[in-house]
Design a protein around this ligand. Structure first.
Ligand code: ZN
Length: 355
């Protein structure tokens, strides 16, 4: 008698993929250590100019990206923001992290660091661009006393405000990569089926607090310049949980420094070589950064990205390397991991094709 059963496909002939995610947060993501009157304001304002140029570049190269957006940025006005914000604010012990104590303007016009509906509109109009979620208020899951209930209500605010804009959010990025197992359990119930897990290694272990320790920052700096192929993600890592896919990050794309052109070139060559390895071996290179990393030295950073996307095109032509949003990567992993097929009592044969 024949029946259906589920079995894993063979991973050997899978196509590699470039996944890009951007944590779009403006001041919400840095306010505890770079207040609005700090020199970093120039980077934040610069990111507003960099975003349309990033979109042009992605469109020119046919590249997808997931924009993990802080929910408050969707608001058209302070009234709308406060109407959607959770009634109970986060209960962090660290007062510096309390976003709602911040002075907020009326709208994007007078407060371009807290509101961004016009930029979100630009992003969603472009091909292959996904709007994801970065909580409503840049919520810190690992802070003492943060609590899963606070996380859930914060996330509900983001989901509801996005829904008001006819957007269904399915990809999620934890602020400061503070992945918590209790928070993970909430995601599927609010419609999320993909999240970005942090890079692996002692220097990437997320901790509470505004600033990470010096030795961790140095470790990350060195690791991000080394761009080892060990950072690539195997497809089989993605398909383990049918409800929630961990599209793990490979590498933070550090901003280029105008003072260190040789270091920039060395790092970009290593990232490019990592991408070539991903293409040749059928793995995933998941690059991530913030738009405000491109807010200063914008031309230099865009030119570095152009170089990487040119290498992407060569890999696409040679190895059928693909560009995927987080949602598309999760969907490809889920479709591939479990394929219903008709089997009889005869021994199962491997399925080698992947589309
Ligand atoms: Zn963030």
């Amino acid at each position: 008698m024949s029946h259906f059963r589920i079995r894993a496909r063979d991973d050997r002939d899978r196509r590699g993929a470039l996944v890009i995610s951007l944590d779009f947060e403006l001041l919400w993501g840095v306010r505890d250590h770079c207040p609005s009157d700090s020199p970093y304001r120039a980077n934040l304002l610069g990111s507003r100019r960099a975003i349309p140029q990033l979109l042009d570049l992605f469109e020119e190269f046919g590249v997808a990206a997931t924009w993990a957006t802080v929910g408050a940025l969707f608001a058209e006005s302070r009234d709308e923001l406060l109407r959607f914000a959770p009634k109970d604010h986060p209960s962090y012990r660290n007062e510096d992290l309390h976003s709602y104590l911040e002075e907020i303007g009326h709208s994007e016009e007078d407060d371009p660091l807290h509101f961004a509906p016009s930029l979100i509109d630009q992003i969603r109009r472009r091909p292959l661009q996904e709007i994801g979620c970065h909580t409503f208020s840049h919520y810190y899951c690992l802070e003492p006393d943060a609590g899963v209930d606070g996380f859930k209500t914060d996330l509900e605010s983001a989901v509801l405000l996005a829904r008001r804009r006819d957007l269904r959010l399915t990809s999620f990025v934890f602020p400061r990569n503070q992945v918590s197992s209790t928070a993970l359990s909430v995601l599927p119930s609010l419609g999320f089926n993909a999240y970005r897990g942090g890079e692996q290694g002692w220097m990437y272990d997320a901790r509470p607090g505004s600033r990470s320790q010096l030795h961790r920052r140095v470790g990350r700096f060195l690791d991000q310049h080394r761009a080892s192929p060990a950072r690539l993600v195997d497809w089989k890592e993605l398909g383990e949980d049918p409800k929630l896919t961990n599209v793990r990050g490979s590498l933070f794309l550090r901003p280029c420094l105008s003072t260190h052109p040789r270091l920039n070139a060395l790092r970009l060559r290593r990232v490019a070589s990592c991408m070539e390895r991903a293409a040749a071996s059928g793995k995933i290179l998941h690059l991530w950064w913030h738009p405000h990393n491109f807010g200063l030295n914008t031309e230099l950073n865009l030119s570095g990205l152009r170089y990487l996307l040119t290498v992407f095109t060569q890999c696409r032509d040679r190895f059928e390397f693909q560009s995927l949003s987080m949602a598309a990567a999760a969907s490809a992993a889920q479709n591939h991991a479990q394929v219903p097929e008709m089997v009889s009592n005869a021994p199962a044969t491997s399925v080698h094709s992947y589309t």
